[in-house]
Design a protein around this ligand. Structure first.
Ligand code: NAP
Length: 440
């Protein structure tokens, strides 16, 4: 028997469990840990609430979770409730699938001002992550500046622009929907430090900005390269750039019909956030490309701003004793191997890039490495050993059947047009999980 602990129940964690099942069938036992009482990580807390079809992938993870040799061990924080060393003593392999839940620091003067948020916090807020439920971003001002030209910047701009009706069918949390209903935002500026050819926005997501009820995208034709230059782009990127061209061609009349503008500001590097205690403006330097890099031209201008959301990428949280590659914001690893018996997978291994599906081959690849290293397994105690430790420590472990009760309770309390209303508070989750019987 092989005993595997996977830390993190997001896509990377479940694909790793699935790969281990495929590799060893009933000859493996896998415990999937999560610090929250609810599973699915990025699917629940990162994927936009109005992208329900993407969230549907969790049904595939549920099939893995419900098999006998896989357990969900929720509400247990590795590094606090139990150490990595303790898990290594219990399991043949410990796999860090902890994702990249923290914002890369913006590192600009004024970044600490009130109403300047990182996307991990802002996205976590509208997705009901307990850590960010109290963020209370102030949406009463007129202008929001979204920094970054990736898909997260698109998510944030779109969520800020949508009407109440456009959230029908989404699982945006009520507190965020109420705040958005009262929002005064009319201008959303999306800042890209490079140009249209360098965006990291996929066509489907970018195209959504052209379909919004009360918002229209604005692109300055002068920022667009010569159309002939698009030939060098790979097809997906060419599609995205074509969308920018279509946005640039929108007429004034079409735009006037919609009160919110989503303005793409290219070749625009933020240099400082300005304000007293609260953000008032963003100072920007225009750039030009030099070998693909953004180089400041020395010309600056100021955008008045009441809200800033920095969508510039994420990083993994370091764990004491686990080698970390600071510059890349991920664990130091050799194709998933960190130290003997310790592995990483997904964003924790390669940094925050790629789609959810990219994590699937990642899971299979790390399981191959584990197979090479552990052979037939060992006599380590595995799940029985962890259960003893959890008992001794009085840990309130939330198992998958407990999550199913939370899931049911969230569905029952949903708005009419929503699939669920998430609990944003861990105690409320535990309460829903323990309905009828106490947690062990
Ligand atoms: P990302 O794709 O890496 O984009 C980050 C953006 O921030 C880039 O435009 C980058 O510009 C810019 N940036 C970085 N540092 C900056 C700085 N100091 N100042 C100004 N701009 C800066 O990251 P992401 O948007 O967080 O997305 C993470 C991953 O999740 C991506 O793989 C993304 O595709 C995926 N995702 C997918 C979906 C979806 O498919 N629906 C939705 C959300 C996220 P440079 O290029 O110049 O570095």
């Amino acid at each position: 028997m092989r005993h595997i602990a996977v830390i993190g129940s997001g896509p990377a964690g479940y694909y790793t469990a699935e790969a281990a099942q495929k590799m060893w069938g009933s000859e493996v036992e896998i415990d999937i840990f999560d610090r929250l009482p609810v599973p699915y990580g990025l699917i629940r807390s990162g994927v936009a609430p109005d992208h329900q079809s993407i969230k549907g992938v969790s049904r595939r993870y549920e099939a893995v979770a419900l098999s006998d040799n896989v357990r969900f061990i929720g509400n247990v924080t590795v590094g606090e409730d139990v150490s990595i060393a303790e898990l290594q003593a219990l399991y043949d392999a410990v796999v860090l699938a902890t994702g990249a839940p923290h914002d890369k620091p913006l590192g600009l003067p004024g970044a600490e001002l009130t109403n300047v948020h990182g996307s991990a916090a802002f996205v976590g807020w509208y997705n009901g992550h307990p850590q960010f439920a109290d963020l209370a971003p102030d949406l009463s001002g007129q202008t929001a500046v979204v920094i970054g030209n990736g898909n997260v910047a698109l998510d944030v701009a779109r969520i800020l622009a949508k009407t109440h009706a456009e959230f029908a069918g989404s699982d945006i949390v009520g507190l965020a929907l109420d705040a958005l209903d009262a929002s005064g935002i009319e201008r959303i500026v999306v800042l890209g430090r490079r140009g249209p050819h360098q965006i990291a926005m996929t066509p489907k997501e970018l195209g959504e900005l052209g379909q919004l009820e009360r918002a229209s995208p604005l692109v300055d034709p002068a920022d667009l390269p010569d159309p002939g230059d698009d030939a060098v782009l790979e097809p997906g990127q060419r599609k995205s750039v074509n969308l920018l061209r279509a946005f640039a061609a929108l007429g004034d009349a079409e735009r006037a019909a919609k009160p919110i503008t989503i303005e793409f500001d290219f070749f625009a590097a933020p240099r400082a956030i300005v304000g007293d205690d609260r953000v008032k403006a963003v100072e920007v330097e225009t750039t030009r490309l030099d070998n693909g890099r953004a180089v400041g031209t020395g010309a600056t201008y100021t955008i008045p701003a009441n809200l800033v959301v920095a969508c510039i990428g994420y990083q993994t949280s370091p764990i004491p004793g686990v080698p970390f590659e600071e510059s890349a914001g991920r664990f130091a690893n050799d194709e998933g191997r960190i130290l003997p018996g310790l592995y990483c997978v997904g964003w924790a291994r390669r940094g925050p890039s790629g789609t959810i599906g990219t994590n699937r081959p990642d899971g299979f690849s790390v399981v191959e490495k584990i197979a090479e290293d552990i052979g037939d397994g060992s006599t380590k105690p595995g799940r029985a050993g962890f259960d003893r430790l959890a008992d001794q420590r009085g840990l309130k472990v939330v198992r998958f059947r407990d999550w199913q009760k939370i899931d049911e309770a969230e569905q029952q309390r949903a708005r009419d047009d929503a699939p669920r209303e998430k609990f944003t508070d861990i105690d409320r989750m535990i309460e829903a999980a323990s309905k009828g019987q106490p947690l062990p």
